[in-house]
Design a protein around this ligand. Structure first.
Ligand code: CO
Length: 305
């Protein structure tokens, strides 16, 4: 009995010592470096040179901070031209996506959720994808980096967006229409604009999508409005922020603006000077997307051995 008791006491001490030893240096026991995970968010947008339009960014920032408290948030502008203009005119330096990520690496971030605040997965998003992939594969980089898609990422997002945009204007009467005016692109993602019109028209037959620079064009939209004998249109920028394009190309007083051209056809026009990022219901789509990315960062198995 006594021998058994001593042996069992001895074994208990050995086990305890072993456990304490493992606890003292779990990193070494698992063959990993002992780096505390540091998670960050990088919000990436095209950028705007219109200071007042930047209030849209404040809306996003406050919603993201409220949804994911304690996670540090940074910004980057994809447009080099806008970064340059804002730097020379206002003395404000904005980071490029690569610059911001390099800085986050230096500041000890280990896990980063990059969120595109673009509208369609066009050229800007394409470039961002390549930058994130480069950071994901280079040596001594983040342990993990994920990229969230832009607003029009698929059918569910487009359905949610259609509902949000229609809810942002008064109920449409028989001869009233909603016209979403997007930027337009020659990138193959141009097809997202007519796709968006399809989902909008599931909600309202008098909702149309046009673009400033490509297809569907203003002429396409004017033809649709004439066919439906529309007398009044709400012009809503299909842009992240209501910057230069919204103020001039859509709602400007120049004869070639959307507002002027619709008026010339006898259609009363009510421009809505608000970027998508100022609409809380739209911002929720981006915020939810970010939630999926943060979950993906945290769910990643930390160790295979
Ligand atoms: Co432009």
């Amino acid at each position: 009995m006594r021998i058994h008791q001593r042996l069992s006491a001895f074994l208990s001490i050995c086990l305890l010592a072993l456990l304490l030893g493992l606890q003292a240096d779990p990193a070494q026991a698992h063959g990993k470096t002992n780096v505390e995970p540091k998670i960050g968010i990088l919000l990436v947008t095209f950028g705007t040179s219109v200071p007042e339009a930047r209030k849209a960014y404040a809306t996003i920032e406050s919603k993201v901070k409220a949804a994911y408290p304690g996670v540090e948030l940074r910004w980057a502008y994809t447009s080099r031209q806008i970064r340059h203009k804002v730097a020379t005119e206002e003395g404000l330096r904005n980071a490029s996506p690569a610059g911001a990520l390099g800085r986050m690496l230096d500041d000890g971030f280990t896990h980063v959720a990059v969120q595109s605040l673009h509208v369609i997965p066009g050229q800007e998003f394409n470039d961002l994808t390549a930058i994130v992939a480069a950071f994901g594969s280079m040596p001594k980089s983040f342990e993990r980096i994920v990229l969230g898609p832009p607003l029009l990422s698929g059918p569910e997002a487009m359905q949610a967006l259609a509902k949000a945009v229609l809810a942002s204007v008064p109920g449409l009467g028989n001869r009233e229409a909603l016209v979403l005016v997007g930027h337009g692109t020659h990138h193959l993602a141009s097809a997202f604009y007519p796709a968006m019109q399809y989902y909008l028209q599931q909600e309202s037959e008098r909702a149309f999508v046009g673009t400033i620079e490509s297809s569907p064009s203003m002429q396409d939209v004017l033809a649709d409005l004439a066919k439906r004998k529309i007398a009044k249109a709400y012009l809503v920028p299909f842009l992240t922020v209501a910057g230069d394009h919204a103020r001039n190309d859509i709602a400007g007083n120049e004869p070639d603006s959307w507002k002027s051209q619709l008026k010339a056809k006898g259609i009363a026009c009510q421009p809505v000077m608000r970027g998508l990022a100022e609409d809380p219901a739209v911002v929720d789509i981006w915020v939810d997307q970010l939630g999926l990315s943060l979950k993906a960062l945290r769910d990643e198995p930390k160790d295979n051995g």
